[in-house]
Write a protein that binds this ligand. Structure first.
Ligand code: ZN
Ligand code: ZN
Length: 133
């Protein structure tokens, strides 16, 4: 038997109930906050997400993971037991990527909010309080 070289785990995470657990075995992008209405309605506020290549995302537990097609271009992964929002996966990205809701990452993440997007679509009850563009 030969030893398989293992890519080191960069980060891990999961949903509240533990029905979904994952590891990322590759680089993670800094966090982008999306204020669009789809992100607002699935998250309850706005989405703050990192991103990794889908090939680097390993699902350790996924018994409760469900996918919802939220637009013609993408689907969202969530836990059907605790309701946790975990993933956003665009169809067309090459190489394939998966956005990972940053709050589901085990801390410390070492990441920073780098950008806000769809700011014009944000709701009216909060202001963006950091200095990221
Ligand atoms: Zn769960
Ligand atoms: Zn969004």
């Amino acid at each position: 038997m030969s030893e398989q070289p293992k890519t080191p785990v960069r980060a891990s995470g999961g949903c509240l109930c533990g029905g979904v657990r994952y590891e990322i075995r590759g680089p993670l992008r800094d966090v982008i906050a999306c204020h669009c209405s789809q992100c607002r309605r699935t998250s309850g506020h706005f989405v703050a997400a990192s991103q990794a290549r889908s090939a680097d995302l390993a699902l350790l537990e996924s018994t409760t993971l469900k996918w919802y097609r939220s637009s013609p271009e993408a689907e969202r992964g969530f836990c059907s037991r605790c309701g946790g929002n975990l993933f956003w996966r665009p169809d067309a990205a090459e190489p394939a990527v998966t956005s990972i809701m940053a709050g589901t990452l085990d801390a410390p993440t070492g990441l920073r909010v780098m950008q806000h997007i769809f700011v014009a679509d944000k709701s009216d009850y909060y202001e963006i309080g950091d200095t990221a563009p």
